[in-house]
Design a protein around this ligand. Structure first.
Ligand code: ZN
Length: 226
């Protein structure tokens, strides 16, 4: 329970109060950057590949990632995250970005060894993706302050060395499509979080590492590995 994230806060614009959301569903997209799909030996999907993480896996910047005993190979995946601000179902693509209240940088931590065994057996990824502390999330910026979230650099450093260096323009499925498509399956609710996939360069973390995740213009997300 320690360090779990209870709220998502969007800074108020032009003197207005912050908007506060209770985290809802964590809707995650797999293989949304072609070079990342290739580095894990996967083909590029023709429709978005979706999985869920529990809200109990969220931790804020400054938190600690716990490596579970069940895994010897926990990977970082740096991702742009959208916070949904209003309920929607079957949202048209050309209205999709109006449902985003804010953006942050997040980490989709993944027990790669558990995930690999699940893939081989055709089992779900819930365990590999769902451990406590496996969804570090940075502070939000208001959507209205971002000119184009599809034109941002995204990076991950470990102990100061650059490990992932991507650009949101390289997404296979852009944000507007991800929101429209996922809303055909789930009713999107205020507080839901959309993890939009990771660029190439994923790899393992070790005890004592400091991870710094950044999307251009956003507050840096800093977490340490316990
Ligand atoms: Zn991911």
């Amino acid at each position: 329970m320690q360090g779990m994230m209870e709220e998502c806060r969007i800074p108020g614009q032009n003197g207005s109060e912050d908007a506060v959301f209770r985290p809802g569903k964590l809707i995650c997209i797999g293989r949304n950057y072609a070079k990342h799909a290739a580095e894990l030996g996967n083909t590029v999907p023709t429709v978005p590949m979706i999985f869920l993480k529990p809200a109990s896996s969220l931790i804020p910047s400054g938190g600690l990632i716990e490596i579970p005993e069940a895994s010897n190979d926990v990977h970082h995946e740096v991702e742009l995250v959208c916070l949904i601000g209003q309920a929607g179902k079957n949202i048209p693509e050309d209205e999709a970005l109006e449902y985003v209240a804010g953006y942050a940088v997040g980490l989709d931590m993944t027990a790669r060894d558990i995930q690999q065994r699940a893939k081989e057996k055709g089992h779900p990824w819930s365990v590999a993706k769902g451990f406590d502390t496996f969804a570090p999330l940075g502070r939000f910026v208001a959507a209205s302050s971002i000119e184009d979230a599809q034109e941002l650099s995204i990076q991950l450093r470990i102990n100061g060395s650059l490990r992932q260096d991507g650009h949101t323009s390289d997404m296979i499925f852009p944000l507007r499509h991800l929101i429209a498509y996922t809303s055909t399956i789930f009713t999107l609710m205020p507080g839901d979080l959309l993890f939009t996939g990771t660029p190439e360069g994923v790899g393992p973390v070790a005890s004592g590492d400091r991870l710094e995740a950044q999307v251009e213009g956003f507050p840096v997300l800093t977490v340490d590995v316990h």
